[in-house]
Design a protein around this ligand. Structure first.
Ligand SMILES: Cc1cc2nc3c(=O)[nH]c(=O)nc-3n(C[C@H](O)[C@H](O)[C@H](O)COP(=O)(O)OP(=O)(O)OC[C@H]3O[C@@H](n4cnc5c(N)ncnc54)[C@H](O)[C@@H]3O)c2cc1C
Length: 218
Protein backbone atom coordinates (compact mmCIF):
# COMPACT_ATOMS: atom_id res chain seq x y z
CA UNK A 1 0.00 0.00 0.00
CA UNK A 2 1.43 3.38 -0.97
CA UNK A 3 1.11 6.43 1.23
CA UNK A 4 -1.21 7.93 -1.37
CA UNK A 5 -3.75 5.20 -0.64
CA UNK A 6 -4.25 6.62 2.83
CA UNK A 7 -5.42 9.93 1.39
CA UNK A 8 -9.10 10.50 1.05
CA UNK A 9 -9.64 12.52 -2.15
CA UNK A 10 -12.58 14.86 -2.11
CA UNK A 11 -14.55 16.13 -5.07
CA UNK A 12 -14.82 19.81 -5.85
CA UNK A 13 -18.14 20.98 -4.37
CA UNK A 14 -20.81 21.74 -6.94
CA UNK A 15 -21.02 25.44 -6.11
CA UNK A 16 -17.30 25.81 -6.74
CA UNK A 17 -17.29 23.67 -9.85
CA UNK A 18 -20.08 25.89 -11.18
CA UNK A 19 -17.62 28.77 -11.24
CA UNK A 20 -15.68 27.05 -14.02
CA UNK A 21 -18.31 27.71 -16.67
CA UNK A 22 -18.41 31.44 -15.95
CA UNK A 23 -14.62 31.68 -15.92
CA UNK A 24 -14.29 29.82 -19.21
CA UNK A 25 -16.76 32.15 -20.91
CA UNK A 26 -14.78 35.14 -19.69
CA UNK A 27 -11.39 33.70 -20.64
CA UNK A 28 -12.49 32.53 -24.06
CA UNK A 29 -13.31 36.13 -24.89
CA UNK A 30 -10.42 37.75 -23.02
CA UNK A 31 -7.79 35.47 -24.53
CA UNK A 32 -9.15 35.49 -28.08
CA UNK A 33 -6.32 35.99 -30.55
CA UNK A 34 -3.58 35.95 -27.91
CA UNK A 35 -0.67 34.06 -29.51
CA UNK A 36 0.73 30.87 -28.01
CA UNK A 37 4.08 32.36 -27.03
CA UNK A 38 2.29 35.01 -24.93
CA UNK A 39 -0.04 32.45 -23.35
CA UNK A 40 3.00 30.36 -22.48
CA UNK A 41 4.14 33.09 -20.09
CA UNK A 42 0.89 32.88 -18.06
CA UNK A 43 2.03 33.12 -14.44
CA UNK A 44 4.91 35.34 -15.55
CA UNK A 45 2.65 37.48 -17.74
CA UNK A 46 2.32 41.07 -16.48
CA UNK A 47 -1.02 42.68 -17.31
CA UNK A 48 -2.35 45.06 -14.62
CA UNK A 49 -5.58 45.76 -16.54
CA UNK A 50 -6.33 42.05 -16.63
CA UNK A 51 -5.67 41.81 -12.89
CA UNK A 52 -8.02 44.72 -12.20
CA UNK A 53 -10.72 43.05 -14.29
CA UNK A 54 -10.35 39.87 -12.23
CA UNK A 55 -10.60 42.01 -9.11
CA UNK A 56 -13.76 43.66 -10.42
CA UNK A 57 -15.26 40.21 -10.89
CA UNK A 58 -14.39 39.17 -7.34
CA UNK A 59 -11.84 36.61 -8.51
CA UNK A 60 -8.83 37.92 -6.59
CA UNK A 61 -8.51 37.14 -2.91
CA UNK A 62 -11.52 34.93 -3.44
CA UNK A 63 -10.81 33.05 -0.21
CA UNK A 64 -10.23 36.20 1.88
CA UNK A 65 -13.01 37.25 4.25
CA UNK A 66 -15.52 39.67 2.78
CA UNK A 67 -14.67 42.24 5.41
CA UNK A 68 -11.27 42.65 3.70
CA UNK A 69 -12.68 42.79 0.18
CA UNK A 70 -12.54 39.07 -0.53
CA UNK A 71 -15.37 36.74 -1.44
CA UNK A 72 -15.07 34.42 1.57
CA UNK A 73 -15.15 31.37 -0.66
CA UNK A 74 -13.44 28.03 -0.29
CA UNK A 75 -10.01 26.91 -1.48
CA UNK A 76 -11.85 24.78 -4.02
CA UNK A 77 -13.24 27.91 -5.66
CA UNK A 78 -9.72 29.27 -5.89
CA UNK A 79 -8.50 25.96 -7.26
CA UNK A 80 -11.05 26.13 -10.08
CA UNK A 81 -10.02 29.69 -10.91
CA UNK A 82 -6.30 28.93 -10.99
CA UNK A 83 -6.79 25.79 -13.03
CA UNK A 84 -8.70 27.72 -15.68
CA UNK A 85 -6.36 30.73 -15.68
CA UNK A 86 -3.34 28.54 -16.26
CA UNK A 87 -5.15 26.32 -18.73
CA UNK A 88 -5.93 29.37 -20.86
CA UNK A 89 -2.47 30.88 -20.39
CA UNK A 90 -4.01 33.98 -18.84
CA UNK A 91 -1.55 36.69 -17.72
CA UNK A 92 -1.76 36.29 -13.96
CA UNK A 93 1.77 37.40 -13.09
CA UNK A 94 0.91 40.89 -11.81
CA UNK A 95 -1.23 39.71 -8.94
CA UNK A 96 0.06 36.12 -8.64
CA UNK A 97 2.18 36.48 -5.51
CA UNK A 98 -0.17 38.96 -3.82
CA UNK A 99 -3.14 36.68 -4.32
CA UNK A 100 -1.51 33.37 -3.40
CA UNK A 101 1.26 34.25 -0.92
CA UNK A 102 1.44 37.80 0.41
CA UNK A 103 -2.30 38.22 0.99
CA UNK A 104 -2.70 34.94 2.90
CA UNK A 105 0.45 35.77 4.89
CA UNK A 106 -0.96 39.16 5.88
CA UNK A 107 -4.23 37.48 6.72
CA UNK A 108 -2.51 35.07 9.08
CA UNK A 109 0.23 37.22 10.63
CA UNK A 110 -0.71 40.83 9.93
CA UNK A 111 -2.19 43.17 12.47
CA UNK A 112 -5.83 44.14 12.09
CA UNK A 113 -4.78 47.55 10.78
CA UNK A 114 -2.49 45.94 8.19
CA UNK A 115 -5.26 43.64 7.01
CA UNK A 116 -7.68 46.51 6.59
CA UNK A 117 -5.12 48.61 4.81
CA UNK A 118 -3.54 46.13 2.39
CA UNK A 119 -5.94 43.30 1.64
CA UNK A 120 -8.71 45.23 -0.15
CA UNK A 121 -6.23 46.60 -2.71
CA UNK A 122 -5.00 43.07 -3.39
CA UNK A 123 -8.58 41.97 -3.98
CA UNK A 124 -9.12 44.87 -6.39
CA UNK A 125 -6.03 43.88 -8.37
CA UNK A 126 -4.37 47.19 -7.59
CA UNK A 127 -1.47 46.14 -5.36
CA UNK A 128 1.23 43.76 -6.57
CA UNK A 129 3.70 42.09 -4.25
CA UNK A 130 7.05 40.32 -4.43
CA UNK A 131 8.99 38.19 -1.95
CA UNK A 132 12.34 39.40 -0.66
CA UNK A 133 13.95 36.38 0.94
CA UNK A 134 17.00 35.36 -1.09
CA UNK A 135 20.24 37.32 -0.98
CA UNK A 136 23.71 36.85 -2.40
CA UNK A 137 25.06 34.22 0.02
CA UNK A 138 21.64 33.41 1.43
CA UNK A 139 19.62 31.15 -0.83
CA UNK A 140 18.21 28.09 0.89
CA UNK A 141 19.95 29.10 4.10
CA UNK A 142 17.88 32.07 5.20
CA UNK A 143 19.70 32.20 8.53
CA UNK A 144 22.44 33.93 6.53
CA UNK A 145 20.21 36.85 5.64
CA UNK A 146 22.12 40.12 6.15
CA UNK A 147 19.69 42.80 5.07
CA UNK A 148 19.10 44.95 8.09
CA UNK A 149 16.10 47.00 9.16
CA UNK A 150 16.77 49.84 11.58
CA UNK A 151 13.89 51.60 13.23
CA UNK A 152 13.92 55.39 13.00
CA UNK A 153 11.44 58.20 13.50
CA UNK A 154 9.76 57.68 10.13
CA UNK A 155 9.64 53.90 10.13
CA UNK A 156 12.15 51.20 9.17
CA UNK A 157 15.23 51.91 7.10
CA UNK A 158 16.27 48.85 5.11
CA UNK A 159 19.84 48.31 3.93
CA UNK A 160 20.90 45.23 2.02
CA UNK A 161 20.57 43.31 -1.20
CA UNK A 162 17.92 40.91 -2.43
CA UNK A 163 18.17 38.72 -5.52
CA UNK A 164 15.99 36.44 -7.66
CA UNK A 165 13.00 38.49 -6.65
CA UNK A 166 10.33 37.46 -9.11
CA UNK A 167 8.58 40.44 -10.71
CA UNK A 168 10.20 42.93 -8.30
CA UNK A 169 10.40 45.61 -10.99
CA UNK A 170 6.62 45.60 -11.41
CA UNK A 171 5.56 45.41 -7.78
CA UNK A 172 4.27 47.99 -5.34
CA UNK A 173 5.31 46.06 -2.22
CA UNK A 174 7.84 43.53 -1.09
CA UNK A 175 7.45 41.35 1.96
CA UNK A 176 11.07 41.10 2.97
CA UNK A 177 12.91 38.92 5.43
CA UNK A 178 15.34 41.20 7.26
CA UNK A 179 17.35 41.36 10.41
CA UNK A 180 16.20 43.73 13.11
CA UNK A 181 19.03 42.69 15.45
CA UNK A 182 21.78 40.11 15.78
CA UNK A 183 24.22 38.90 13.16
CA UNK A 184 23.96 36.57 10.18
CA UNK A 185 24.26 33.07 11.56
CA UNK A 186 24.94 30.07 9.41
CA UNK A 187 24.10 27.54 12.08
CA UNK A 188 21.38 25.03 11.24
CA UNK A 189 19.36 26.35 14.19
CA UNK A 190 18.62 29.34 12.00
CA UNK A 191 17.56 32.72 13.28
CA UNK A 192 16.66 33.15 16.90
CA UNK A 193 13.56 34.92 18.13
CA UNK A 194 13.94 38.66 18.01
CA UNK A 195 16.55 38.48 15.27
CA UNK A 196 14.06 38.23 12.49
CA UNK A 197 11.33 40.25 11.04
CA UNK A 198 9.09 40.09 8.03
CA UNK A 199 8.80 43.65 6.88
CA UNK A 200 6.31 44.93 4.39
CA UNK A 201 8.35 47.39 2.36
CA UNK A 202 6.82 49.97 0.05
CA UNK A 203 8.44 50.44 -3.33
CA UNK A 204 9.26 54.12 -3.00
CA UNK A 205 11.80 55.09 -0.38
CA UNK A 206 12.30 53.16 2.78
CA UNK A 207 8.86 53.89 4.15
CA UNK A 208 7.79 51.85 7.09
CA UNK A 209 4.81 49.59 6.80
CA UNK A 210 5.68 47.67 9.88
CA UNK A 211 6.77 44.18 10.67
CA UNK A 212 4.13 41.70 9.62
CA UNK A 213 3.10 40.65 13.05
CA UNK A 214 5.94 39.35 15.17
CA UNK A 215 5.39 35.72 14.47
CA UNK A 216 8.19 33.19 14.25
CA UNK A 217 8.87 32.79 10.57
CA UNK A 218 11.00 29.68 10.25
C1 LIG B 1 12.33 30.84 -10.84
C2 LIG B 1 12.79 31.30 -9.48
C3 LIG B 1 12.14 32.33 -8.86
C4 LIG B 1 12.55 32.76 -7.60
N1 LIG B 1 11.89 33.78 -7.02
C5 LIG B 1 12.29 34.21 -5.81
C6 LIG B 1 11.61 35.31 -5.18
O1 LIG B 1 10.68 35.89 -5.72
N2 LIG B 1 12.04 35.72 -3.99
C7 LIG B 1 13.08 35.11 -3.34
O2 LIG B 1 13.40 35.51 -2.24
N3 LIG B 1 13.75 34.06 -3.90
C8 LIG B 1 13.36 33.61 -5.12
N4 LIG B 1 14.02 32.56 -5.70
C9 LIG B 1 15.14 31.92 -4.99
C10 LIG B 1 14.75 30.53 -4.43
O3 LIG B 1 13.58 30.61 -3.70
C11 LIG B 1 15.86 29.91 -3.56
O4 LIG B 1 16.07 30.60 -2.38
C12 LIG B 1 17.17 29.87 -4.23
O5 LIG B 1 17.03 29.42 -5.54
C13 LIG B 1 18.09 28.90 -3.49
O6 LIG B 1 19.35 29.50 -3.36
P1 LIG B 1 20.64 29.03 -4.20
O7 LIG B 1 20.24 28.86 -5.63
O8 LIG B 1 21.76 29.94 -3.83
O9 LIG B 1 20.93 27.58 -3.68
P2 LIG B 1 21.74 27.20 -2.37
O10 LIG B 1 21.06 27.77 -1.17
O11 LIG B 1 23.19 27.52 -2.56
O12 LIG B 1 21.56 25.65 -2.40
C14 LIG B 1 22.29 24.84 -3.36
C15 LIG B 1 21.97 23.39 -3.13
O13 LIG B 1 22.36 23.01 -1.80
C16 LIG B 1 21.25 22.46 -1.11
N5 LIG B 1 21.32 22.86 0.29
C17 LIG B 1 21.26 24.13 0.75
N6 LIG B 1 21.36 24.15 2.09
C18 LIG B 1 21.51 22.86 2.47
C19 LIG B 1 21.66 22.22 3.73
N7 LIG B 1 21.72 22.91 4.87
N8 LIG B 1 21.75 20.86 3.74
C20 LIG B 1 21.69 20.17 2.60
N9 LIG B 1 21.55 20.71 1.38
C21 LIG B 1 21.46 22.04 1.32
C22 LIG B 1 20.03 22.99 -1.80
O14 LIG B 1 18.91 22.12 -1.67
C23 LIG B 1 20.48 23.08 -3.25
O15 LIG B 1 20.34 21.85 -3.91
C24 LIG B 1 13.62 32.10 -6.95
C25 LIG B 1 14.27 31.05 -7.59
C26 LIG B 1 13.87 30.65 -8.83
C27 LIG B 1 14.59 29.50 -9.48
Amino acid sequence: MSQLDSLNPSAIPLEDEALRHEVRIFLTEAMRGVPAHVRARSWMGYDPAFSRELGRRGWLGITFPQVYGGAGRSAFARYVLVEEFLNFGAPVGSHWIADRQSGPLLLKYGTEAQKQRYLPAICRGEAFYCIGMSEPGAGSDLASVRTRAVHNESGWLLNGQKIWTTNAHNCHFMIALVRTSGEANRSPQGLVAGDRGLVLAGRHGAAHHGPVGRQPFL
